[in-house]
Write a protein that binds this ligand. Structure first.
Ligand code: IDP
Ligand code: MG
Length: 150
């Protein structure tokens, strides 16, 4: 089953939206397989956002993600990468569709509440930056049969 990295960024934590955002993913039927609270150091931030190095918003992005703790999670499900990106909405909250996290709780691109891996390769690179293999738990959910087809 596919997995993806999700971060609730410092603004989401500071604004008390951890339960709201996590609840949306749970209610969608996605399965949480790893979670922790992390005070992000500049090295981890730089590795996580290496692809954006050199862009005009890079320094601000590193300041943002290291400014206060984040919740890091791994979610599992069929096509979970696309599913989570849909639930979060477009990068810029002003472009995000109503009903998405970024639309419903955000107004500025530099305070867009969440991160989610954007493809299978990205997820494979990102998850090990945040979690060791022993921190990811495969488990059987009693409701699986009501959420997933055989
Ligand atoms: P994503 O988070 O939707 O995948 P990316 O393009 O990968 O978006 O950008 C990473 C993060 O960098 C965004 O979530 C946002 O926090 C920040 N960012 C992207 N573009 C801008 C910008 O133009 N100004 C300020 N911050 C930006
Ligand atoms: Mg991205």
């Amino acid at each position: 089953m596919q997995r993806t990295l999700v971060l609730i960024k410092p603004d989401g934590v500071q604004r008390g939206l951890v339960g709201e955002i996590t609840g949306r993913l749970e209610r969608r039927g996605l399965k949480l397989v790893a979670a922790k609270f992390v005070d992000v150091d500049p090295e981890l931030a730089a590795r996580h956002y290496a692809i954006h190095k050199g862009k005009p918003f890079y320094d601000g992005l590193i300041r943002y993600i290291t400014s206060s703790p984040v919740v890091a999670m791994v979610w599992e499900g069929p096509a979970v990468i696309e599913a989570v990106r849909q639930t979060m909405g477009a990068t810029d909250p002003r472009q995000a569709s109503p009903g998405t996290v970024r639309h419903d709780f955000g107004i500025e691109i530099g305070r867009n509440l969440t991160h989610a891996s954007d493809g299978p390769q990205t997820a494979e690179q990102e998850i090990p930056l945040w979690f060791g293999p022993d921190e990811i738990v495969s488990w059987s959910r009693d409701s699986d049969g009501w959420i997933l087809e055989d």
